[in-house]
Write a protein that binds this ligand. Structure first.
Ligand code: NDP
Ligand code: BG6
Length: 515
């Protein structure tokens, strides 16, 4: 086991005050209940994240128990076997990995039951209560964290069941928290309905709407970069920045998830949540403090300042072969690619296009933010020839941030070239393990820190931006252009970016430093 203790967990971010005013001292036993334990998300993300938290000492066997709940009839042993293969060793822990996995799996118990009947939830409550009693937790607190790794269609009934049968017992004190996954609704109306249904059962501080992009290392770095560096303060605005791209590319298609994906499409799957959250952090004003409510207040303001999307500033695509998936209808118009220009109507960003692009089955896998600056005025060095200054934050793979700038080419001639100030994480932080987004976010839910979770009004504002466009696509009024798998997507997307002001740099060659 790692050496971290609860004290590590309780340390507040960046040495600030504890994140919420109702910060609960962490003691007593913690029950983490994974609903939908037989599913894909649970085995690929939730349990591995819990394992890594366990391995690093953030959750410990003496005060944590994990419950899997799903409809499938399974024993504890079956569930443990199912997830064993997904528990990868942490860096440097390879030798004890087998033993760590066995110890961790012993913490997991499985309860089978339906999502809409009381029987299963009563059983679940009994199992949790037995555990709490066995830990003699009357003098401590009972902390129950319900992680809904489930389709949103069952959220309301599951929340009702939790509320009716599985809330922590008041005589034990403590808390009950609910973690819900995306997609949270299909449009403004359905999201609002879902929010109201859950809102009737739980208070907002109990609800953690997860967007795993908010747990990524470089996404978490955005506010620090922007607000803790004098460099950026005067530059980060319409006077200096020409355009900002926020890009998500995957080099594989829907990979067996065609049935799910076809119901949603790339805008609901990636843009309305992951990329929009990134946009908020790139564009927001400095919050009053790092308190979650202050940060989220600023994010909401950005979303509310986004202008309605123009049809002429959207390109949709669908990769050829997408409809060959047997779970996808032959006539599907669902976009697997989209470029959308968002415009923020405020003093800082008026006139700066945010070029948001996401696509599946493209020629590469990456997620990045590219801030492109305007041309140098009175350009005596012909900088334009080299290309514009760009500040690139690569979220994945190989986390990095680099600043492309014009310098004198070393030598006797006075030639200029484009080079870069390069902060590659694998080089600069060689000994550091970058945690998975889910690890960080689950830890935040245990600590009660909602800063990196989506608030209800934030979600509403996000849906307000995209719902009119989504309805047009759903009604077949906007068509997806075909593109070849393994390509850059439809050519029209690059043309749109160019038309909006993006200038591609040609001839720049990056020479990776040798380790
Ligand atoms: P790219 O060459 O990958 O992309 C530059 C920009 O041009 C992107 O906005 C890209 O859009 C766009 N683009 C690429 N091809 C086309 C096209 N055919 N038509 C229109 N637009 C296009 O990145 P960089 O210039 O930043 O860097 C070049 C290489 O050097 C990259 O591989 C980069 O990863 C690497 N590098 C790595 C560093 C590091 O790891 N620390 C530091 C510096 C550079 P889109 O994103 O949609 O492709
Ligand atoms: C999920 C989407 O939210 O994010 C998937 O549903 C996508 O379609 C995934 O593949 C990408 O996450 P990451 O962390 O691999 O970029």
């Amino acid at each position: 086991m790692g050496s971290g203790q609860w004290s590590v967990v309780q340390r507040s971010p960046l040495g600030t005050e504890p994140p919420t005013s109702e910060y609960v001292p962490e003691s007593g036993c913690l029950s983490i209940i994974v609903l939908g334990a037989s599913g894909d998300l649970a085995k690929k993300k939730t349990f591995p994240a819990l394992f890594h938290l366990y391995r690093q000492g953030f959750i410990q066997s003496h005060d944590v128990h994990i419950f899997g709940y799903a409809r499938s009839k399974m024993s504890d042993h079956d569930l443990r076997d199912r997830i064993r293969g997904y528990l990868t060793p942490c860096k440097g822990c390879e030798e004890t990995h087998e033993e760590d996995v066995n110890q961790f799996l012993q913490l997991i118990k499985y309860v089978a039951g339906a999502y809409d009947t009381e029987e299963g939830f009563r059983l679940l409550d009994k199992a949790i209560s037995e555990y709490e009693v066995s830990k003699n937790s009357t003098d401590g607190s009972s902390r129950r964290l319900f992680y809904l790794a489930l389709p949103p269609s069952v959220y309301p009934s599951v929340c009702k069941m939790i509320k009716s049968y599985c809330m922590n017992k008041s005589d034990l004190g403590g808390w009950t928290r609910i973690v819900v996954e995306k997609p949270f609704g299909r449009d403004l109306q359905s999201a609002e309905e879902l929010s109201s249904q859950i809102g009737e059962l739980f208070e907002e501080p109990q609800i953690y709407r997860i967007d795993h992009y908010l747990g990524k290392e470089l996404v978490q770095n955005l506010m620090v970069l922007r607000f803790a560096n004098r460099f950026f303060l005067p530059l980060w605005n319409r006077d200096n920045i020409s355009n900002i791209q926020i890009v998500f590319r995957e080099d594989f298609g829907t990979d067996g998830r065609g049935g799910y994906f076809d119901q949603y499409g790339i805008i609901r799957d990636i843009i309305q949540n992951h990329l929009l959250q990134v946009l908020c952090l790139v564009a927001m004003e400095k919050p009053v403090s790092l308190k979650p409510e202050h940060v989220r207040d600023e994010k909401v303001k950005v979303l509310q300042s986004v202008l309605p999307i123009e049809d002429s500033e959207v390109v949709l695509g669908q990769y050829q072969g997408y409809t060959e998936d047997p779970t996808v209808p032959d006539n599907s118009n669902t976009p697997t690619f989209a470029t959308v220009i968002l415009r923020i109507h405020n003093e800082r960003w008026e006139g700066v296009p945010f070029i948001i692009k996401a696509g599946k089955a493209l020629n590469s896998r990456k997620a990045e933010i590219r801030v492109q600056f305007k041309d140098v005025p009175g350009d005596i060095y012909k900088c334009k020839k080299q290309g514009r200054n760009e500040f690139v934050i690569r979220l994945q793979p190989s986390e990095a941030m680099y600043m492309k700038l014009t310098v004198k080419e070393p030598g006797l001639e006075m030639n200029t070239v484009q080079s870069e100030l390069d902060l590659s994480y694998s080089q600069r932080y060689q000994q550091t393990i970058i945690p998975e987004a889910y690890e960080r976010l689950i830890l935040d839910t245990i600590r009660g820190d909602q800063q990196h979770f989506v608030r209800r009004d934030e979600l509403k504002a996000a849906w307000e931006i995209f719902t009119p466009l989504l309805h047009k696509i759903d009604r077949g009024e906007m068509k997806s252009l075909p593109y070849k798998p393994g390509s850059r997507g439809p050519e029209e997307a690059d043309k749109l970016a160019e038309k909006s002001g993006f200038v591609q740099t040609h001839g720049y060659i990056w020479i990776p430093p040798t380790l």
